[in-house]
Design a protein around this ligand. Sequence first.
Ligand code: SF4
Length: 359
Amino acid sequence: MLNFQDPALKQIHEKIENNERLNLSDGLKLFQTNDLLGLGKLAALVKERLHGPKVYYVFNQHVNYSNICVNRCKFCAFRRPKGHPEAYALNIEEILTKLKQAGNSIREIHVVGGLHPDLPYQYYLDLVRSLKENFPHAHIKAFTCVEIDHLARISGKDVKEVLSELKQAGLSCLPGGGAEIFAERIRQKLCPEKISGQRWLEIMKIAHELGIPSNATMLYGHLETLEERLEHLLALRNLQDQTKGFLCFIPLPFLPQKSYLKEISPTTGFEDLKMIAVSRLMLDNIPHIKAYWIFLGLKLAQVALHFGADDLHGTVYEEKISEFSGQEGEKALSREEIERVIREAGFQPVERDALYRPV
Ligand code: SF4
């Protein structure tokens, strides 16, 4: 019998016990509660039902092939204009050399970058093909919907054709970035040049229909309201009902330190844990919820495993986006370290591939 300080949680517990879907008003109650531990218990209950004691991680590497981007999203500390002293674009040989430094037991290569004004479409196809040829045991998880839209524009092809060609070159799945917050009101303020939330969902739908699964993300903790967070989650849940293509949801806290929105206070641990728990409870049809330790910090990500998260992302050899954002702490973990963190939290580590199959 679970006890709750907040009677609203008791009612929601009954709905969960009866497998009733939560609505926006339930979501608001979850966000507004101060009974953090009660909220955690609810999310942990659902996580336990889905995954028992298992917590997943992947032996992976990130490739941020270029930080040059034609967009100017205000929350982005990674992007540099062409010609800036810190701007870079890696050629395929340089990427392969970097990846080989970490050995060849990599299971997943996570590739994202800016919208480069000059890199040709062929570069992206060759990159995916070379990664697959050189790391045949790894899944290539590459390009946000924002990049896919960019590739469609520079190639003159439609999204379906671009995704089909990438799949043929070796693409396994999409990482799910670029979703930010779907609310147009916020996108106009934060990232007016970026594709709309509607377009993001449309591209994901096409990918899923082509048999390319994906993750989904949300950037929270900036200008959005709690309702806008929930509308974002419900839009994902709605698409998932149709396609079943989302593997995992990743709530990403906004890191203001080096962005153009420094006046915004960073999220607190309380808020981050609530976000993980609410995601687990609202997204009843998305199998996995990730505690992305690179943004949350490893210690909070470990605690998040008791708030509904069942995935700790991966070992990560090199990652530039959080580094440019001023996030401090660990930059990479060994298998032993990540497994220790999971075991110490009381769970059973399961090494997985990019599609969440145990390896
Ligand atoms: S978030 Fe992505 S699209 Fe926006 S400026 Fe940064 S790299 Fe470019």
